[in-house]
Design a protein around this ligand. Structure first.
Ligand SMILES: C[S@@+](CC[C@H](N)C(=O)[O-])C[C@H]1O[C@@H](n2cnc3c(N)ncnc32)[C@H](O)[C@@H]1O
Length: 217
């Protein structure tokens, strides 16, 4: 069963509502995760820098951060794994109900150096919320990110994740892929506000926000 969830972003000078389509389904990418709300809040906080930027979202799922970036004026490509075409179909419908006509959606599996990946243009910004939820995928995610940042070494990967185990770490893998990361304090961008965008999704979840770049950039 399909439903609509609305997120209202507000500041002194601007207000914007994003409508996200969700499906009651056990599949991870058909409902919005708390990390997506945090990453979207970071996108909203940085909205003035996004106009005309080329942005790709990895593991988009219901694509709240990517759709918000597009509504803030970025040229956005939404992606999800090749094995999840229904996520991309859901993204296309979400784009349509938000009046986004020129947004690109494409299958992109982490760690797969497919023709699709090789033919992608260069991006200023990579987004990814709650991609780091299964350690078996961490190396593949960073392989894709490293490839995209090779195309544009000054690009950044903005990613939020939910803390599920104190044992999980990407530090070694960052070194392997010649990447480094900065932890962004939630307080610095309103990520610790109650009911971000009018949503209670984040309540009681411990979420981290990272900016990953090429080592030395
Ligand atoms: C936990 S969900 C997060 C979805 C969305 N970003 C959010 O925060 O609401 C993980 C997403 O990663 C996608 N995914 C899982 N494995 C993948 C893979 N190997 N390559 C690309 N995407 C994948 C899933 O389809 C899903 O959309």
């Amino acid at each position: 069963m399909q439903s609509e969830r609305k997120f209202h972003f507000k500041s002194e000078d601007k207000e914007l509502t994003v409508t996200i389509l969700e499906v009651v389904d056990p599949q991870y990418g058909l409902f919005t995760w708390p990390s997506a709300v945090i990453l979207a809040q970071y996108v909203w906080y940085n909205r003035n820098d996004l106009k005309n930027k080329h942005v790709i979202e990895l593991g988009s799922g219901t694509a709240l951060p990517g759709v918000l970036a597009a509504l803030c004026g970025a040229n956005v490509t939404l992606t999800d794994g090749e094995q999840y075409p229904n996520c991309l179909e859901n993204c296309r419908k979400t784009c349509a109900i938000n009046g986004l006509k020129n947004i690109c959606t494409t299958a992109l599996t982490w760690g797969s150096f497919s023709k699709i990946l090789l033919e992608l243009p260069k991006f200023d910004l990579i987004l990814g919320s709650d991609c780091f939820y299964d350690p078996k995928d961490f190396d593949n995610i960073l392989a894709t990110v490293a490839f995209l940042l090779d195309r544009n070494p000054t690009g950044e990967f903005w990613t939020s994740y939910q803390e599920r185990s104190a044992d999980w770490s990407i530090e070694m893998l960052l070194r392997k892929w010649n990447l480094e990361c900065r932890h962004i304090s939630l307080t610095s961008f309103g990520g610790d506000d109650e009911n971000i965008a009018g949503s209670d999704l984040v309540n009681n979840h411990s979420i981290q926000m990272l900016v990953i770049t090429r080592l030395g950039n």
